[in-house]
Design a protein around this ligand. Structure first.
Ligand SMILES: Cc1ncc(COP(=O)(O)O)c(C=O)c1O
Length: 368
């Protein structure tokens, strides 16, 4: 029985291994490990890819969020509204920056931040909102931008899963004051280790992120404030320079795979697919379905050598790390049910049509 993994890093690496090797040899010969031409070239290329003004490479997507929050401003105890259903880093960054994450409900149809619930959670301590384009599917940009504008809140787009996704034709990453990215190897645009970036259209804010990410440094040994060391490594920037030109084609392939899944699975009564809306171009970081028999289907697939993922098995307000939020089981029912029902099917651009077909048949067979 041949295995079909949920994600296959080997196949992703093979696409660019030779070119990366050449660039790494060159970097090693030049001992150009921190900053330099590869990092600068990537920052420019990624900003151009998004049609954004600028990009600051940082060490990972979690630092990107924390640095963006600090650059936008947060006093100890200030509240930042985040969706209850996302990776922990979205909310942890608020805590790390000295703030208090307030968890909001997600829409049942998309599992993205619910703009109406978001409005209910705004208090006079709220300073900002972090929206997440979960699974590479743009959130409800217009309603969330409008709520932030009305209440004078900053908005960060956590686009860690959404490289190349679009809302009404514009790349995500152009709607908040700042946007943050992860280049963890499994992302749509991934490097061979950790990497991240902050992008935006406000040069002053981006300069502030760069200052905070580089020891608050104004000159080599001059520091205007306490910053941290969170820079994009030159070796990782070289990988990203090899992979960025492939991103659009990779995303297109992900959408084609998703379409095959959707056609095969939409007839299953117990399976719920997330809604694709015509004003958004998703990039299918994950192919997520929801079903009450999630764990049994997962076992059924595993017994046939098919991998799957649980992103995420528990809403964040139920994590012990956020017990201080005061939000409890029952407070955010859609996010809580999602944790019990989501299943992420194999999704990566190098999956073959035959493999996708095998997965579809295995899912359909589960209900026979
Ligand atoms: C939505 C989201 N935000 C933030 C992060 C954090 O990125 P990193 O793992 O690069 O720190 C991730 C990565 O998994 C993510 O999926």
């Amino acid at each position: 029985m041949s295995e079909i993994p949920g994600f296959d890093l080997q196949r992703a690496v093979a696409q660019v291994a030779r070119e990366v090797h050449e660039r790494w040899v060159s970097l090693t010969e030049r001992t150009a490990f921190v900053g330099g031409a590869e990092v600068e070239a990537f920052e420019q290329a990624f900003a151009d890819f998004l049609s954004a003004t600028g990009c600051v490479g940082v060490a990972n997507g979690t630092d990107a969020l924390e640095l963006a929050i600090r650059a936008l401003g947060l006093e100890p105890g200030d509240e930042v509204i985040v969706p209850a259903f996302t990776f922990i880093a979205t909310a942890a960054a608020v805590t790390l920056a000295g703030g208090r994450p307030v968890f909001a409900e997600v829409e049942s149809t998309t599992l993205n931040l619910d703009p109406d619930d978001l409005r209910q959670r705004i208090t006079d301590r709220t300073v900002g909102v972090i929206g997440v384009h979960l699974y590479g599917r743009p959130f409800q940009v217009d309603a969330i931008v409008e709520a932030c504008r009305e209440h004078r809140l900053w908005l960060i787009e956590d686009a860690a899963q959404a490289h190349g996704a679009r809302w009404q034709g514009t790349a995500v990453g152009n709607f908040g004051q700042l946007s943050t990215w992860s280049f963890y190897p499994a992302k749509n645009l991934g490097c061979f280790g950790d990497g991240g970036a902050v992008t935006g259209n406000d040069t002053e804010l981006l300069d502030r992120v760069r200052l905070l990410a580089n020891h608050g440094r104004t000159a080599h040994y001059e520091h205007s404030e306490v910053g941290r060391n969170s820079r994009l490594d030159a070796l990782q920037a070289a990988v990203l320079n090899c992979r960025l030109p492939l991103l659009e084609a990779d995303n297109e392939r992900r959408r084609a795979i998703a379409q095959t899944y959707r056609e095969a699975l939409s007839q299953l009564r117990d399976v719920r697919l997330l809604e694709d809306r015509s004003d958004r171009l998703p990039v299918y970081h994950q192919m997520t379905i929801l079903l009450p028999q999630r764990d049994a289907l997962r076992d059924h697939l595993a017994a046939r050598g098919i991998g799957s993922g649980l992103q995420y098995p528990r809403a964040l307000h139920l994590q012990p790390a956020f017990a201080a939020s005061g939000q409890r089981m029952g407070d955010l029912p859609v996010a809580e049910a999602a944790g019990e029902q989501v299943l992420c099917l194999p999704m990566f651009p190098q999956l073959t049509d035959a493999e996708v077909d095998t997965v579809c048949k295995a899912v359909v067979q589960f209900f026979d």
